[in-house]
Design a protein. Structure first.
Length: 431
């Protein structure tokens, strides 16, 4: 993109910008987690109050699908495999796995199956078929709009939902990302996801809740498996919930999930640098609940930054750079990895055009960081509040500039590890 002489011109424009030395800090985060996933699944599945009720509900079922969605869930392969093993203990029951990801994977069946394979969910490892096409049927009409659902899921005797409960990246409601979302959007495939999103995000939570309630009441959902994760993106708890109880239980789990979100331990910064974004970290690449930058315009009461830079795109994102548009500056390397069709599929489905916009592109990481500093409007280097993180999931360690040292020293949960050191770029990072 940049020719050699053009890079030199950009470099000259930023030659008066100095990148400050940084200190590496470590914050203490809650670490409650499940050590043995299979053991926990078996415990929850065979608990008397759940198992005895399940026996009465499953007796006339022959074909059961496990709907699996949402990228980046910790231990997803172990959770799915353990659940498969529990279900196949029942005689005369055939179990299949159905990818349930809305428009992810390029809105193709093969793309969604490939995503599952990356997380270790294959037919060989799970011992059951993984079946998917993107066909849908219309279940009903709600508020004059058709409710689309996966045709294969609709043909089964029962469906089990698996999803992580967490705050959504584009709206606020009593249900956000979780069992409601996989039921209404994940299993709606691209057609259903686009239909739900087309009116925008102001009413998205209401639509997800109404559609989810209908799906839970129509008799096809056997139960849901709701997962909570701690601040280290580790499995904290697993909850087996019958469909009629999901509307009551999920909002309570969401409150707990919001407390678990890893956070940048400062109120604000002049510059935030994110080493890597990607769909494996968050739907929009970098979780806006961490960066404070919401493409949908949600007002964030948490961390805020004047300038934001994204440096790289994860391999696991397969070129999908959806969410890039909230940054102020990115690198040429990141942009060169973009698969426009994959990203645009998500953006056109979600109707958030901001996610597809491309910020200012700098030739390399050093110049991107210098540009971000220039955009911060902070002219005094000693007062520049700069933070650099790996991604929006891994926030145990990060780099900060000297201007944040006093604030860090006042916090009991922060330890200063090293510094001051010159900032490193590309493959020579300390983070």
């Amino acid at each position: 993109m940049y020719k050699k002489n053009e890079k030199e011109k950009i470099k000259k424009l930023l030659e008066n910008i100095t990148i400050p030395e940084t200190y590496q800090i470590k914050q203490k985060l809650k670490q409650e987690k499940i050590d043995n996933i299979s053991e926990e699944i078996n415990y929850q599945f065979y608990k008397n109050e759940f198992y005895s009720e399940l026996i009465s509900r499953i007796k006339d079922k022959r074909k059961i699908g496990i709907a699996v969605g949402s990228r980046g869930i910790a231990n997803l392969d172990k959770i799915v495999k353990s659940l498969v093993d529990c279900l196949i203990q029942f005689k005369n029951i055939d179990v299949i796995i159905i990818p349930a990801m809305g428009s992810h994977g390029g809105a193709t069946a093969d793309g969604q199956k490939d995503i599952l394979a990356e997380y270790g969910i294959t037919e060989e490892k799970m011992g059951v078929p993984i079946m998917k096409n993107m066909d849908t049927v219309i279940l009903t009409n709600i508020d004059g709009e058709a409710v689309y659902w996966d045709k294969m899921a609709a043909s089964l005797d029962a469906v089990v939902l698996i999803n992580r409960v967490k705050p959504h990246t584009s709206f606020r409601h009593n249900v956000e990302s979780g069992l409601f979302k996989i039921a209404s959007i994940g299993l709606g495939n691209q057609t259903g996801a686009a239909a739900i999103h087309k009116a925008g995000f102001k009413t998205l939570g209401d639509r997800i809740e109404k559609i989810g309630r209908y799906i839970f009441n129509q008799g096809n959902i056997l139960f849901g498996v709701a997962i909570l994760e701690n601040a280290f993106d580790e499995t904290q708890s697993i909850h087996f919930i019958f469909p009629e109880n999901i509307p009551t239980v999920e909002p309570q789990l969401l409150k707990l999930a919001k407390k678990n979100i890893p956070q940048i331990p400062f109120e604000n910064a002049d510059v935030l640098i994110v080493n890597e974004i990607g769909k494996n970290y968050s739907g929009p690449g970098a979780d806006p609940n961490v960066t404070g930058r919401f493409a949908s315009g949600i007002h964030s009461t948490g961390f805020q930054t004047t300038s934001l830079a994204f440096l790289n795109l994860s391999y696991e994102s397969h070129g999908n750079a959806n969410g890039l548009g909230v940054a102020d500056v990115v690198t040429q390397s990141l942009v060169s990895q973009m698969d426009l069709v994959a990203g645009y599929t998500n953006t056109l489905t979600s109707t958030l055009s901001e996610n597809a916009k491309i910020p200012m592109i700098m030739p390399d990481e050093e110049l991107a960081i210098k540009a971000a500093i220039k955009f911060s409007h902070q002219t005094n280097l000693e007062q520049l509040k700069l933070i650099r993180i790996k991604n929006t999931l891994e926030l145990e360690t990060m780099e900060i500039s000297r201007a944040l040292l006093k604030e860090a020293a006042k916090k009991d949960n922060i330890e200063i590890i090293t510094g001051p050191e010159k900032m490193l770029f590309k493959n020579r990072r300390s983070l």
